[in-house]
Design a protein around this ligand. Structure first.
Ligand code: TPP
Ligand code: MG
Length: 312
């Protein structure tokens, strides 16, 4: 518990900043200043927040179409994300990439692309480079649960295992590929089976609980501090928003959104985790609400800049 406590507050800080930025995008999207489709990460935030609280240095990230949370959890600012969505030259990719192509080398976020499995072999190659140059570090490559339906994923696991590369494959499993549930798409026996068949250590985490994420990821870190080979983290998460869009997905009955949300919301569950434990005191809780407001203020200021630039 002591170890979890050390990282809990930093994880919460990241999670709150991501959540408020994503909610801001969702609320302002209709105004028309964000000029690209968005895949919001609401519900997915706890996993990268916990990972990058534990791995602060010498770690590199690659991501997929749902990547705002990875980008921000690495330490990129909400402003450079919002400017990018608005197509401004101040954006992290000078406004050319939009939501799907984010990058900020300074914080170790080396790129996201929307083609499923697109960044996986690139991340494997990067981790191979680290190994060849004797640089101690770890690459985290994020993907959705659809990744096992792509051949490149299996080839990449094979290369990572064969060459014992310092890479972690993180699968954020929301059980969906757009509208199609896993059971209608996947013939394999699950991610644990896939990892084991490539002799890759496997970790399972519950993305609806920061406590669960941290306790499993601390074990993961204990292993990767000693063992520089590949690992897989399989995280279950719930996505209440549309696959691509800015609204809660309330038109699809079979997903039981009102039954599952906020039950599976890591931020909602953090409240219970605070009451049952001593992860943080009342003063820190107050700080969290101030932090949330600060993020909203920063987003509002960024939107003013966007409006001004787009009108000029
Ligand atoms: C190679 C490829 N095939 C199909 C698509 C179309 N596509 C875009 S997002 C998506 C669903 C992805 O689901 P998942 O990887 O589980 O991520 P999630 O959106 O659930 O986070 C699909 C099929 C694509 N982008 N790339
Ligand atoms: Mg999915």
């Amino acid at each position: 518990m002591e170890k979890i406590k050390t990282y809990y507050i930093e994880t919460m800080r990241k999670l709150i900043a991501i959540r408020e930025t994503e909610l801001f995008i969702s609320k302002k999207y209709e105004e028309g200043f964000f000029r690209c489709p968005v895949h919001l990460a609401i519900g997915h935030e706890a996993v990268p927040s916990a990972i990058f609280s534990l791995y602060e240095e010498n770690r590199f990230a690659f991501s997929y179409h749902r990547s705002h949370h990875h980008f921000l959890a690495c330490g990129a600012s909400p402003e450079e994300l919002l400017y990018e969505l608005a197509g401004l030259s101040k954006g992290c990719c000078h406004g050319h990439g939009g939501s799907h192509h984010l990058r900020n080398e300074k914080v170790g976020f080396l790129g996201s692309t929307p083609i499923i499995s697109g960044t996986i072999p690139v991340a494997v190659g990067y981790s191979h480079g680290l190994k060849l140059k004797n640089i101690r570090g770890r690459v985290f490559v994020f993907s959705g649960d659809t990744i096992a339906e792509e051949g490149l994923f299996h080839e990449s696991l094979n290369a990572a295992s064969l060459y014992q590369l310092p890479i972690t494959f993180v699968i954020e499993d929301n059980g969906l590929s757009c509208f199609t549930p896993s059971r209608d798409r996947q013939g394999h026996s699950g991610y644990e089976f896939i990892a084991r068949s490539f002799n890759i250590p496997y970790f399972s985490v519950d993305g609806s609980s920061i406590e669960n994420c941290l306790s499993n990821l601390i074990e993961h870190k204990d292993l990767t501090d000693k063992n520089l080979g590949p690992t897989m983290i399989h995280a279950t998460v719930f996505r209440p928003y549309e696959h691509c869009g800015y609204q809660i997905e309330d038109t699809v009955d079979w997903r039981n959104i009102s039954e599952n949300w906020p039950k599976l919301d890591p931020l909602h569950n953090a409240d219970a985790e605070f009451s049952n434990t001593k992860y943080c005191d009342d003063k820190t809780r107050l700080e969290f609400s101030k932090m949330a407001q600060e993020t909203i203020n920063r987003c509002n200021e960024a939107l003013k800049v966007i409006k001004k630039e787009l009108r000029s």
